[in-house]
Design a binder for this molecule. Structure first.
Ligand code: BTN
Length: 267
């Protein structure tokens, strides 16, 4: 890293270092770019390269049309974040298919925690910072996952704000690793995340207890709006092996599979 890069938090992606470490997974073929519209779109364009046991990972330094969950935009200016998409056969994970996005979120969280970065998960797979796990203060979001299923191919897009500064961030509750006080090498972090995913994909249900420990949504009073705009409030009491959030409202239990969660304290 030269002095200008160090000052701005900018670090180049090392195509050679990444290619070498990724090929060690014996699972993913790396496709690395300076700039793409969206790594998920490039992964979809290259699904012909994917077969059971042989996936691809698309990594880009910059995205010009990055997409988030629920049709939101996702901003990845040059040199500022991790933008990568894994395209794989649905057979490549042992766990239930609907749980794979949560497991990939757990993999990112494990990679960060292994670098002594104290991140958590907000259901289903937001990477967040909180003053402490039980804190009632607003969460700060640094990353997330966008999953797409096309026939028997699964695309897992991972976005993580690494060196973004306040002006780059689209919403007030967004943050980056640098803003939280952590300096990381993107090449090292990408490698760790992929190693964690490659490990967790071979496990069955052992992800669940660890996920629950890292999940700040559990035991909180929450409201969730599903895809149809319906709202449900209650206490988040569990996560199922399929990745659904279990919400208790009075004496009734509801399973939510998709939605945007708001955490709040009942008055
Ligand atoms: C979210 O809204 O929480 C999910 C954000 C996912 C962003 C990543 S960046 C890499 C991949 N390419 C995209 O266009 N989106 C995902």
């Amino acid at each position: 890293m030269d002095r200008e890069q160090a000052k701005s938090g900018y670090q180049k992606l090392s195509f050679s270092q990444l290619s070498e470490s990724i090929s060690q997974t014996n699972w993913l073929k790396p496709l690395i770019f300076d700039q793409v519209t969206s790594t998920n779109d490039v992964a979809v364009e290259n699904l012909n390269l994917v077969s059971p046991g042989a996936g691809i990972v698309v990594i880009a330094d910059e995205q010009t049309k990055g997409r988030g969950r629920l049709d939101r935009k996702w901003s990845t200016p040059p040199g500022s974040g991790i933008a990568m998409s894994i395209a794989m056969s649905t057979d490549d994970f042992k766990a239930e298919l609907s749980a794979v996005p949560l497991i990939c979120g757990l993999a990112v969280n494990r990679a960060l925690n292994s670098l002594e970065i104290s991140s958590y998960l907000k259901w289903p797979n937001d990477i967040v910072f909180a003053d402490e796990k039980e804190s009632k203060k607003p969460l700060r979001k640094a990353g997330g996952i966008l999953a797409q299923l096309i026939n028997d191919r699964l695309i897992i897009g991972i976005g993580l704000n690494v060196a973004l500064v306040k002006n780059d961030l689209p919403v007030s509750n967004a943050t980056s690793l640098n803003l939280e006080g952590f300096q990381v090498d993107r090449n090292e972090l990408i490698t760790k995340v992929l190693e964690e995913i490659n490990y967790l994909r071979k496990t069955n249900n052992s992800w669940l207890e660890e996920y629950k420990k890292a999940c700040v949504t559990l035991n909180k009073n929450i409201s969730v709006v599903n895809n149809s705009g319906e709202s449900l409030t209650g206490t988040a009491v569990d996560v199922s092996p399929s990745g659904a959030l279990v919400i208790k409202n009075l004496e009734n239990l509801y399973q939510v599979t998709v939605g945007d969660i708001g955490h709040f304290e009942a008055t």
